[in-house]
Ligand binder design. Structure first.
Ligand SMILES: C[S@+](CC[C@H](N)C(=O)[O-])C[C@H]1O[C@@H](n2cnc3c(N)ncnc32)[C@H](O)[C@@H]1O
Ligand code: SF4
Length: 284
């Protein structure tokens, strides 16, 4: 399907989907604390202003507090002109928190020109797709680390779905089924889809080419192969070097476009990619 002009315009405004990342910024709203799965590399316990990695936030916001922040950021001469995207990326899983939907509704009413963007592990994508359509989501990022449930079982210790806790291969297979179905539905809806894949050396190396092929077929726009930040169960794993990531991206770019500017942002980052103006100016 050809990408429409309106869609292209929005993609060009989005720094995390190949848009101009020197000019266009994003604002993450940390309104989603709970998560419904457990990735072996994830830790959300620390709150350190100097630490910049996914899952870290200085303070959780309620939807009303998030709106106060959006108004301040949009009114500021420093950030107002650069912010094109409002994203919800945690610190937990946005689809598992009602606050995500409430916040997007309020943002849409007051700032309809801001691009709405969300990152998820994908478990609830099929269940939440109608709501994502209703709030006018534009860009969706899904983290997909394995196509083989045997590999998935090494990454995910449990999955909590419809009131039941799953573990092992059963958990990984359930997560995968919903991720693939969710990506297909999102593509059908016309969302711009990025796939995050965390490279965990010795665990999911062989999954990367399979994932790139599969998500291209399903209609994803771009892939973001990210290096593991050694933490939690994977604290002992030596992370891949930037050169290794580069080689992998090059090997897969013929299959699907590769995003190369990811700075593995915090859940409350504001500014250009790699920047968090909030930390420099807590008033923001
Ligand atoms: C902005 S998203 C958060 C949304 C959702 N919780 C998820 O995991 O998809 C954060 C991204 O950083 C990844 N991430 C979290 N901890 C990480 C770590 N220690 N090393 C590398 N990537 C990590 C997640 O897998 C996800 O792709
Ligand atoms: S889905 Fe995201 S928030 Fe949940 S455990 Fe994994 S990385 Fe952490």
């Amino acid at each position: 399907m050809a990408t429409s002009c309106k869609k292209m315009e929005k993609i060009q405004g989005h720094p995390c989907f190949g848009g101009n990342h020197h000019k266009n910024g994003r604002m993450h709203l940390a309104v989603a604390p709970k998560c419904n799965i457990k990735c072996g590399y994830c830790t959300r316990k620390h709150d350190c202003a100097n630490e910049s990695r996914p899952g870290v936030t200085s303070r959780l916001l309620t939807p009303a507090e998030a709106m106060v922040k959006v108004r301040e950021v949009m009114a500021s001469p420093i950030t107002g002109p650069m912010i094109k995207v409002v994203g919800i990326a945690g610190p937990g899983d946005p689809l598992f928190n009602e606050e995500t939907f409430e916040t997007f509704r309020m943002v849409g009413e007051e700032f309809p020109h801001l691009i709405k963007c969300l990152s998820t592990n994908g478990l609830l994508l099929p269940d939440r797709m109608a709501q994502l359509k209703e709030i006018g989501l534009h860009s969706l990022t899904v983290t997909l680390n394995a196509l083989d449930p045997k590999v998935g079982a090494k990454i995910y210790s449990h999955v909590y779905y419809e009131g039941k806790r799953y573990s092992g291969e059963e958990a990984a297979a359930l997560l995968l089924m919903n991720q693939l179905e969710g990506i297909a539905q999102a593509a059908e809806l016309g969302l711009t889809i990025k796939i995050n894949t965390v490279l965990i050396p010795g665990v999911n190396d062989d999954q990367i080419p399979l994932i790139s092929q599969k998500v291209k077929e399903l209609g994803a726009f771009v892939m973001n192969i990210m290096p593991l930040i050694p933490n939690a169960d994977f604290a002992h794993v030596v992370p891949p070097s930037p050169e290794q990531i580069d080689v992998l991206r090059k090997a897969n770019e013929k299959v699907i476009g590769q995003f190369a500017h990811c700075k593995q942002c915090r859940s409350d980052a504001i500014g250009l990619i790699g920047e968090n103006l909030q930390l420099e100016n807590p008033k923001l």
